[in-house]
Design a protein around this ligand. Structure first.
Ligand SMILES: Nc1ncnc2c1ncn2[C@@H]1O[C@H](COP(=O)(O)OP(=O)(O)OP(=O)(O)O)[C@@H](O)[C@H]1O
Ligand SMILES: [Mg+2]
Length: 218
């Protein structure tokens, strides 16, 4: 479960401040798949970064399950995030000098809670039909394959929440649908999902659609 209460992020730009996220409250139930839509600059990534604890809100609270995430110290948040939140960031984030298998295993090197992570990584790759890419490097993968590997990596630690920021951008509709159905399966298996997109044609995969405009929920 993810609960956001009156979340605001104020940024300063050219001596003027503005609320990139403005008093947003929302709740995504356990196992629910919520899609956040809105134009470029509407505040989607800023919202996700606050839910993931990568940036501190100016005001407001984030709860993940029963835990008040925003009340934790940065160090506590880092531990909690690694165990409970999978985040597929908007930019390409696979490490180029590591194989696909090592990329997927990366969260395990930072966590003590995962054992037998290599088997889990291979199993995840197999589930998405990309097992033969385990020894490849990211530069030899297509954009769609990279997205699916990034999602698999986010799922390595079996997080209770998956955040996916525009996971279908720059993909053709075939690959976008593969990504969306992968995320639908993840949600069906009990993970709470928050996904952002500005592509309306894929919203039917989600249970709920949340519209955001100029930092506010519509
Ligand atoms: N660190 C920052 N300092 C100042 N302004 C910022 C900062 N980060 C984001 N912004 C601004 O906040 C607004 C919201 O940005 P955000 O990245 O959340 O939008 P978005 O909805 O994710 O857009 P896109 O669909 O293009 O990814 C934009 O106007 C952006 O320029
Ligand atoms: Mg964004």
């Amino acid at each position: 479960m993810v609960r956001v209460e009156n979340l605001t992020k104020n940024f300063l730009r050219n001596q003027r401040d503005f609320d990139a996220v403005n008093d947003v409250s929302l709740q995504v139930k356990e196992g629910e798949f919520a899609a956040v839509t809105g134009h470029s600059g509407s505040g989607k990534t800023t919202l996700f970064n606050m839910v993931a604890g990568l940036i501190r809100p100016t005001s407001g609270k984030v709860f993940i399950g029963d835990a008040e995430f925003t009340a934790m110290t940065e160090a506590q948040q880092a531990v909690f995030r690694n165990e409970n939140i999978g985040y597929v960031v908007q930019s390409q984030s696979l490490l180029n000098n590591f194989t696909i298998l090592d990329n997927i295993c990366m969260p395990a090197y930072l966590s003590r809670s995962v054992t037998e992570f290599k088997e889990r990584a291979v199993q995840l790759l197999t589930e998405i039909g990309l097992a033969e890419l385990a020894g490849e490097y990211p530069r030899n993968l297509s954009g769609g394959e990279i997205r699916r590997v990034s999602i698999a990596r986010a799922m390595l630690n079996r997080p209770q929440v998956l955040l996916a920021d525009e996971p279908t951008s720059n993909l053709d509709s075939d690959n976008a649908r593969k990504v969306m159905s992968m995320i639908r399966d993840i949600s069906n298996s009990g993970t709470t999902v928050l996904l952002s997109t500005h592509e309306m044609e894929y919203l039917d995969y989600a249970d709920t659609v949340i519209k955001i405009k100029n930092g506010r929920i519509e």
